[in-house]
Ligand binder design. Sequence first.
Ligand SMILES: NC(=O)CC[C@H](N)C(=O)O
Length: 387
Amino acid sequence: MSTLTSTRAVLMLEDGRSFTGEAYGALGETFGEAVFSTGMTGYQETISDPSFHGQIVIMTAPHIGNTGVNDEDYESERIQVAGFVVRDPARRPSNWRSRGRLDDELAAAGIVGISGIDTRALTRHLRERGAMRCGISSVLGEEEPAGLLERVRRSPEMVGADLAPLVSTTEPYVVPAAGDAALFTVAALDLGIKRATPAALAALGCEVRVLPARTTGEELLALNPDGVFLSNGPGDPATADYAVDALRTVLRAGVPVFGICFGHQVLARALGFDTYKLTYGHRGVNQPVGDVATGRIAVTSQNHGFAVRVPRDGAADTEFGRVVASHIGLNDDVVEGLECLDVPAFSVQFHPEAAPGPHDAAPLFERFRDLMADTRRARAAASGGES
Ligand SMILES: NC(=O)CC[C@H](N)C(=O)O
């Protein structure tokens, strides 16, 4: 049960701006990169998205916790955020699936949060100054916040952080295909995968073999997969050389590739492009993206702080042939998708698996399935076998 008396908590940004509110979730002190999410719903999926590892998430929607917590909506085995910030927590959750309160759930998981602060002012500050480190403390006592600021400035930065291996599975596991027989085998590199992703592939008849982040290209190919999937994940993509090397081996073998978010950044790097840090990133379930080829607009689920440096107009020549920017973010023109024209590979910076978010981009999983089917047919024809 939550107590009725509140404990004072302080949120301190690395540039010295601070906000005083009430403790929310566990009492204690926590540090991470302060980022804001504009999703109105889906807080359970958000807090359990491994891509948020090392980040303190500020919800811009003022009311959070209204539907409580349930056992179905978690996207991984634990709560992954380093801290959680809400304006006005629900006093009494109400939903037919609810089995408890969000603040109690955070407290039980040891996740430190803060409520009752002006999240709009905080978001505007981050939008102008950029994402930065922050700390939340509900154990400061009468100590001046100077000590907290000192500890924030000593905490790790997001640039240069190699976090995917920390959240990846340690042992391979299999998500079976829906239906009687698997139509395709997908080797999925778990860089911080969400449950909804293997589930989406399995629903299309794929047996998904989920593998640890540091699986090599040779190990991936040894599974004889129809396709290789690269998941989302936390941290700075510039550090993930192991995944880039593995992917280059896969690309050379001509096996179909699909990457999401961190996986998209890894594909860009494998093709020879760089990644860079956005000022404050894109997080939420309401991010518009344009498909360059069709002009269609999708409202997408996003959660990224880095992006890929790929030319927006025309095809770029790479070691693996021509590559085009297939999707563009409509808020700020950031490249949100890649398509290889000469090898079977494509990727998106956004989240077609949603969870939370709209399902506009779900057909991208079908595109991957079709790419695997086409490649299999072409290979059978080339070897003179039956298709
Ligand atoms: N959701 C993700 O995969 C995020 C990728 C990467 N950590 C970024 O912030 O850009």
